[in-house]
Design a protein around this ligand. Structure first.
Ligand code: 5GP
Length: 341
């Protein structure tokens, strides 16, 4: 069990980060505090810390299962996650599927417009500058944050995460409007998905009613903020239970498939060497008389092909062996050879 220090080494707008005994592991404590518009609006959302820690744990697990490496290790209490230490890249990586928030303000587009394809954009993670939108040239040549290769990789991971989330949330009746991700480098230099995954950094709309179920309820004073966060937790838990059930079913059906695998069988039956084979002798004689004088020991047999269901090729072979002994060959005068594939 890790001994936890009491003083955070970093205190963000909604989370405190603590060191642990392991220098490569931190503890993230999710608070109920909420901010909006670059901390100009401040408040509390009762129970948010627990909800966001739990939703983050569930969603980090979901993306990990789908091949995206993250800083998440495990949830240790209702409000706390153990996370790998990473050097955060100071970029807010935002994906948009539907127009909302700053995109609408910047471009004068109506909220709700479905974007032709998902948009990935980068903002500078700098509160005092109001997290300004960045171009690649700003990132590479002015701020010198990172290079094209890393930006391409992060974009690829983000679009992959978007596909995973859209698919998962659709099943629980939620549209993923947009979200913000952060990445960091671990001690090996690998890029890990970091920060949190919650209604604080996602826009979630109910798929039927378009009701907002995220921090916009707090930003826009829509009321029932706690209710929206709780509703998201409930649906995500149900969705994850569905994912587990589906993966169990897949595992069981794979197991069943293994149990009932079909094997192709080829049985070759030939008269024994020391047994008279009149048919073979007649054909050999005919061939020699036709001029094929270089042949000898010709024997004529039969080949039997079929498929057999069995748990393993050994079991299939043993069963076919019995078939040969009992019916397919006459063991007194014939030899047989079994091929299983
Ligand atoms: P927008 O740029 O429209 O304000 O935000 C786009 C998406 O990124 C929204 O889902 C929003 O919640 C998220 N986002 C943008 N900036 C921040 C931020 O500084 N903190 C958090 N938690 N989320 C952000």
């Amino acid at each position: 069990m890790q001994t936890m220090s009491t003083k955070p080494i970093y205190s963000g707008k909604a989370k405190d980060i603590f060191e642990t005994e392991d220098p490569n592991v931190f503890r993230a404590y999710f608070r109920d505090s909420a901010t909006a518009f670059n901390a100009q609006k401040k408040g509390e959302i009762h129970g948010k810390g627990k909800v966001n820690a739990t939703i983050s744990a569930l969603l980090f697990n979901l993306v990990e299962q789908n091949g995206i490496k993250t800083h998440f290790i495990k949830q240790v209490t209702e409000n706390e996650l153990l996370i790998k230490k990473v050097n955060i890249i100071p970029l807010e990586v935002i994906v948009r599927n539907i127009a909302a928030g700053s995109l609408c303000k910047r471009l004068g587009i109506k909220e709700g417009k479905i974007l032709k394809t998902p948009i990935v954009e980068f903002s500078y993670k700098k509160d005092e500058l109001g997290d300004p939108l960045l171009t690649r040239a700003y990132i590479k040549n002015a701020l010198e944050i990172t290079d094209d290769k890393t930006l391409d990789y992060i974009t690829e991971l983000t679009l992959k995460a978007n596909d995973i989330f859209k698919d998962f949330f659709l099943k629980i009746g939620i549209k993923v409007v947009d979200f913000k991700l952060e990445y960091g480098f671990d001690k090996n230099g690998d890029v890990l998905l970091a920060d949190e995954l919650s209604p604080d950094n996602f826009r979630f709309w109910d798929a039927t009613t378009n009701e907002k179920l995220d921090k916009d309820r707090f930003r826009q004073d829509l009321g029932n903020v706690e209710g929206a966060y709780q509703e998201m937790l409930k649906r995500i838990k149900e969705g994850c239970a569905g994912v587990i059930a589906r993966s169990e079913t897949t595992k069981q059906s794979q197991k069943r498939n293994v149990e009932t695998q079909h094997f192709s069988v080829r049985v070759q039956v030939l008269p024994k060497q020391d047994i008279l084979d009149p048919q073979g002798q007649a054909v050999e004689k005919a061939l020699i008389s036709m001029g094929y004088k270089n042949i000898k020991d010709l024997r004529i047999g039969k080949e039997i092909v079929f498929k057999v269901k069995a748990e393993s090729s050994e079991k299939a072979k043993s069963e076919v062996d019995q078939m040969c002994e009992r019916l397919l060959a006459n063991p007194v005068i014939e030899d047989y050879k079994i091929e299983i594939s």
